[in-house]
Design a protein around this ligand. Structure first.
Ligand code: HSE
Length: 316
């Protein structure tokens, strides 16, 4: 059956859009994430005879083309390992999600690559297997396996990763949400942003945090925007990481004043995201973010988008 799938795939190509993602969703460090409709990476894949990965980058980020050093490369090498066949992949990657931005750039590469390859092979792997393979990319990018960007990237929507070993993924239904993001043009490496975290936490802080995680998940399921808003609080990670992000407190305060439900650091930063109930509020939040950043003199990009409910999209 696998040999048939490989024979059928020869000479064909698959192109995908792999979406950016917001990991953690403020309180859910390493366990919650949501997919965005914008930005996304574009990737095209085809089979080759040799069991290796050939990478072509068609963007200006200068990412490595050696498969062992590239997040899409290591995820595909893991797939080749699992295929046990004399076959490999040729992949062309156009990154539109800037590496080190905090909106899941590495996850888009590794998740997009495995979903595209899987589609080419007639979807022989299930979502859990795809997440496991894509996590090799996250391990390369940040030193640890985490699935809170990869899972929403593959499946769309909001996802809860209750455990990565064994993998236990839950899709969390969500009401319509607008997402406003400000991306200061500085790079924060996830690996560095993880190293500065405290290794131990106080029980009273843990209680507050798991109350918020439970509140956020319940708020999403019940479409209770007020509950979502008050659960978007992080007493563990944000106090440490926010020092890496210029004007973080001011962006947050002005966004809340503009009507945002809440928000915080996107993934490991430096991007900051805010959730809003409607587009007008999301645009007002964008203006508030622009006002704050214009005064800092730091270059920045902002965008307003919505939750991507589909995940990696096959476009051809
Ligand atoms: N949960 C990860 C972290 C996401 O915050 O380090 C990185 O995008």
């Amino acid at each position: 059956m696998l040999d048939d799938a490989i024979n059928k795939a020869r000479g064909k190509s698959v192109t995908v859009h792999a979406p950016g993602t917001v990991a953690n969703m403020v309180c859910g460090f390493d366990v919650l994430g949501l997919a965005l409709n914008d930005p996304y990476d574009i990737m095209t894949i085809q089979l080759i005879e040799e069991p290796t990965v050939v990478i072509h980058n068609v963007d200006s980020y200068g990412l490595p083309v050696e498969p062992q050093k590239n997040v899409a490369g290591v995820a595909l090498l893991e797939m080749i390992e699992r295929l046990h066949r004399k076959t490999g992949f040729d992949i062309t990657i156009e990154k539109r999600i800037k590496p080190g931005s905090g909106v899941g750039s590495s996850a888009a590469s590794s998740a997009g690559a495995v979903v595209a390859a899987n589609h080419l092979l007639g979807n022989i792997f299930n979502n859990n297997e795809l997440v496991q393979m894509a996590m090799f990319g996250e391990k390369l990018a940040s030193g640890v396996k985490h699935a809170d960007n990869i899972t929403p990237c593959i499946m769309g929507g909001v996802t809860l990763i209750r455990s990565i070993m064994p993998l236990d993924i839950i899709s969390v239904p969500s009401p319509p949400l607008y997402v406003t993001v400000v991306h200061p043009q500085i790079e924060v490496r996830t690996e560095d942003a993880r190293q500065i975290l405290k290794k131990q936490i106080l029980l009273k802080d843990a209680i507050r945090q798991w109350g918020n995680i439970a509140g956020l998940v319940a708020g999403l399921i019940k479409s209770d925007y007020e509950l979502i808003g008050r659960s978007l609080e992080d007493v563990l990670i944000e106090p440490v990481r926010s020092i890496l992000i210029p004007a973080f407190a001011e962006v947050k305060a002005k966004s809340l004043e503009a009507g945002a439900l809440g928000g915080g650091i996107s993934g490991s930063g430096p991007s900051i995201f805010m959730l809003s109930k409607d587009e007008a509020t999301a645009l007002a939040v964008e203006n508030a973010m622009k006002d704050v950043y214009a005064a800092t003199g730091i270059a920045y990009h902002t965008y307003v988008t919505t939750v991507n409910t589909q995940g990696v999209k096959i476009v051809k």
